[in-house]
Structures are given as structure tokens and as C-alpha cells.
Design a protein around this ligand. Structure first.
Ligand SMILES: [Zn+2]
Length: 268
């Protein structure tokens, strides 16, 4: 590892995060009017994202972390601690504001189709929750790019796949709260901005000593597993049609396999 200079790692991860944000927002704009398509395939897209997140976190980031830091208690404490920390932040946030910190992707459909009353008029809280999450995404991407472009790009893929349904949820909710389409889209794009700050933070830590940035790997791995297991998987649990459930399980497996195959590609 550490074959990359700090500067090239920095520019690669910055470029990748900018691309992730642009792709996510473009997809949101393209998808939001296509409710038929969303209704049919949103669950599959979420399941695919779950597979890619689990695969990237558990099959790439965590093994790299063990290789860099050694298999000792500190690493597992960082992993476990991040998992608990993310849960605590989300729950405290929700208790203080009465809102979920994360917008569920499936909100897209429920807000489009019925007008639920449980979301009140506090979009700024949602923006804050999403921004915190984006910051962690940026840290994850940059930490992965310090290991090499291949694992960096895999991480960027894992981010873009879960950000599309997530940002779609934000966007639908902003529209539901009465914002114009333009404003809702701008706000959904703004939520992703802190990911660039996350990259800057890792670049700063990296220049202080590359060994320190290896500690971000178990943190990234835990954040991916957390997003998959705690934010995304519960959204899939509402599905009760057997064929759709089977399709979603298939998409999840495809996501994991995709990560395995991309990790085996020569070069990069
Ligand atoms: Zn994310």
C-alpha cells in the first residue's frame, strides 16, 4: 500500500466524489418523474446498494484495515465503536428533532402517493442529517483511495449506489414539503457537499502521517455495514410479494458478487 503520493490520492478521491455527487443528482432529476419505474425497481436498486456496501465494507475495506493495522482489539473497537456511534447519533438526533436523520428511499413512493402526516416541516434537520452522512462518505472514499485507485473506485461505486435512492428520498420529501422542483434539487445537491470536506480532512490527516489514515478504514467499513444493515435493509422489509422479495435477494447477491468480481480485475 501507500504506493500513491498524497497529492494524487487527494485529486483522485476529490474527482471521484465530485463525480459521485453529479451522478447522484442527475439520476435524481431523471428518476423523480418516473414513478412507474421507481415503483417497480426502487426496492431492487436499494437491495443492490446493500450488496455493494456489504461487499465493499466486509470484503475489501475491513481486510485492508487488518492488513494495515494488524488483527488486534483496537481495530475491532474502532469498527464496533463507529457502528454504535452512528446509531447513537441517529437516535439522539431523532429524539431531539422528531425527525429521522436519514430519509428512507421508499419515502419517495409514500410521499408521492399518499400524503403522510408524520413528516413535519423541518427540512433543515434532514439536510443536517444527510450532510453528516455525506461527510462520512467522503472520509470513506478518501481513506480507500490512499490504498489505491481500485479500492477507491469500488468505494465510490458503493457510495453512488446508495446515494441515488437516498437523495431521491430527500428530494421527494423536499418537494412534499412544498419546495419548488429547482429548490428541492438544489437542496438535494447541497446535502452532498460535505463529502468534499471529508476528502479534505483525510488529505490533512494523510499529510500528518499516512499511518493515521489507516485508522479510517475500520471506520469506513463500519459506516458501510451500518448504512446497509440499519438504513437500507429495513426499507426492504416492507415488501411482502414473494416474487419481489426473491428479486431483491437476487439484486443483493448480485451487488456482493459485483464487488468480488471488480476486486479481482487485474490492473488498476
Ligand atoms: Zn452515503
Amino acid at each position: 500500500m501507500h504506493t500513491l503520493s498524497n497529492t494524487s490520492m487527494f485529486w483522485q478521491s476529490l474527482a471521484a466524489m465530485c463525480a459521485v455527487q453529479v451522478v447522484a443528482v442527475v439520476c435524481v432529476q431523471w428518476l423523480h418523474a418516473r414513478t412507474g419505474l421507481l415503483k417497480r425497481y426502487l426496492g431492487h436498486a436499494v437491495a443492490l446498494a446493500v450488496g455493494v456496501l456489504l461487499g465493499t465494507g466486509l470484503l475489501h475495506l475491513l481486510p485492508e484495515a487488518i492488513e494495515e493495522l494488524g488483527n488486534h482489539t483496537g481495530l475491532w473497537l474502532a469498527f464496533c465503536g463507529t457502528f454504535v456511534f452512528l446509531f447513537a447519533v441517529e437516535r439522539i438526533f431523532s429524539a431531539l428533532t422528531g425527525n429521522a436523520a436519514e430519509t428512507a428511499a421508499t419515502e419517495t413512493l409514500s410521499t408521492v402517493h399518499h400524503h403522510h402526516g408524520h413528516h413535519t416541516s423541518r427540512p433543515m434537520n434532514l439536510v443536517f442529517g444527510g450532510m453528516l452522512h455525506s461527510f462520512v462518505d467522503g472520509v470513506s472514499a478518501a481513506a480507500a483511495f490512499t490504498l489505491g485507485p481500485r479500492i477507491g473506485l469500488l468505494t465510490a461505486l458503493a457510495i453512488v449506489l446508495h446515494e441515488i435512492p437516498h437523495r431521491l428520498g430527500d428530494f421527494a420529501l423536499f418537494m412534499h414539503l412544498g419546495l419548488s422542483e429547482k429548490k428541492a434539487l438544489r437542496l438535494a445537491a447541497f446535502v452532498g457537499a460535505p463529502s468534499l470536506l471529508g476528502v479534505l480532512l483525510v488529505a490533512g490527516i494523510g499529510s500528518a502521517g499516512m499511518a493515521a489514515s489507516a485508522w479510517l478504514l475500520p471506520v469506513s467499513a463500519a459506516s458501510f455495514v451500518y448504512v446497509a444493515a440499519a438504513n437500507l435493509m429495513p426499507e426492504l422489509q416492507h415488501e411482502c410479494k414473494l416474487m419481489r422479495v426473491a428479486g431483491q435477494i437476487g439484486a443483493l447477491v448480485v451487488g456482493v458478487l459485483l464487488v468480488v468480481l471488480l476486486g479481482k480485475l487485474p490492473g488498476a
